[in-house]
Write a protein that binds this ligand. Sequence first.
Ligand code: UD1
Ligand code: CA
Length: 452
Amino acid sequence: MPNHSILIVVLAAGKGSRMKSAMPKVQHKIAGRSMLGHVLKTCQELGAESIAVVVGPDMEDVRAAVLQQVPDARICIQERQDGTADAVLAARDAIANHKGDVLVQYADTPLLTSDTLKRLRARLDDATGVAVLGFDASDPSGYGRLLTDADGRLQAIREDKDARDDERRVTLCNSGVMAFRLDNLLGVLGRISNANAKSEFYLTDAIEIARSDGARAGVVVCAEEEVMGINSRDQLAVAEALYQKRTRLAVMLEGATLIAPETVWFSYDTKIGRDVVIQPNVFFGPGVTVEDNVEILANCHFEQSRIGAGSRVGPFARLRPGADIGTNVHIGNFVEVKNSVLGDGVKANHLSYLGDGQVGAGSNIGAGTIFCNYDGFQKHRTVLGPGVFVGSNSALVAPVKIGKGAYIGAGSVITKDVSADALALERATQEERPGWAAKFRALIMRRKAKAG
Ligand code: UD1
Ligand code: CA
């Protein structure tokens, strides 16, 4: 029984100079995750037994990011960028140690799905030693062309710069993704020369060499969008838009209503429950979970937060990292929550900052409440028991604890703990001067009359 375990070699050595960035190209993000992160996720979904990532020298950050996501990935360094075949050969040891199929993928092609990779892999068999993922290009210039015979079998890939005019007219192009089932893949790669327009070692030459050894080459075609390569920031934005479109559709198919889907921005890991309704202009940063039956009103920004079932959030609400919102909570306009747990049924409907706190179930946070969590050096916690009523425009100066069922009078600056069921208020006694306003108005009128 042949061994069909899979090694994926991800090419990520390109600096990506057209991004005009201090950061390697593959670290740029789509929906909150790096392009390379997306590609690695796809490799994992495919069930790859081994993953090798080819990076350039001085790409320590890329190495660290890869190992964080795939701890047993091999990192291979390509010292000089001498072409895609040379890049694959940087993973020589991984290939030599692997018995099974080898799949080569580019790190700057983040929209490729594992379903398409599965189709590509399924094209391999004992006779078909190479399978290439192709697409019908709306504008083929710059791409390698897939040259097929009358029976549609792949004969060669011709790079744009090396192609004759009749070959250039071919619109079936090489996506760059290839799968190999060859006993002597390293031997084939070793025979590739750099006698071409770019003086580079082209991986695409592997097709003709493998065929001359008796292997067959097949093509699998996918949508152009899916194999879009990112070279510049405008292409990054196009890829982002495509990714968002895909994600919005998936979210709606899973039972959420998006009133204006094109205005809602998801992160790669956003989790949205059933019967969630999302109004226009909502942005999800990474790490957000929205449970069932939540209503999100317009213009909100969320990251690393949970919104419990049946809650209503917004309009104009901001949930920052560590906001843990219980069930049936109401969070209204201009309320910011950070690193705080809000118990079930809490209401904070207007203009508040709740940072580094804990709010017991059923508590009511009045308009303009501030948890003063920072003293210029350290962050401190504000802890409210259940059923607390905080009157409007109160400042709770942390560290401070408010007992169960206590009331805070409006406008108070609370610096000391409050016991359960007490009323705490901190404000000057109200003074009243009967008739003062009427006398004041009369005085003004007299002065005006005198002045003529
Ligand atoms: C390549 C293909 C072309 C295909 C196109 C699809 C070759 C020779 N050509 O051309 O047929 O249509 O992709 O986008 O393979 N890389 C390295 N080290 C290198 C060179 C490249 O790691 O020395 C990596 C790059 O970072 C990139 C990928 O390989 O992720 C492709 O390299 P690139 O130079 O962009 O190839 P193209 O000229 O676009
Ligand atoms: Ca390219």
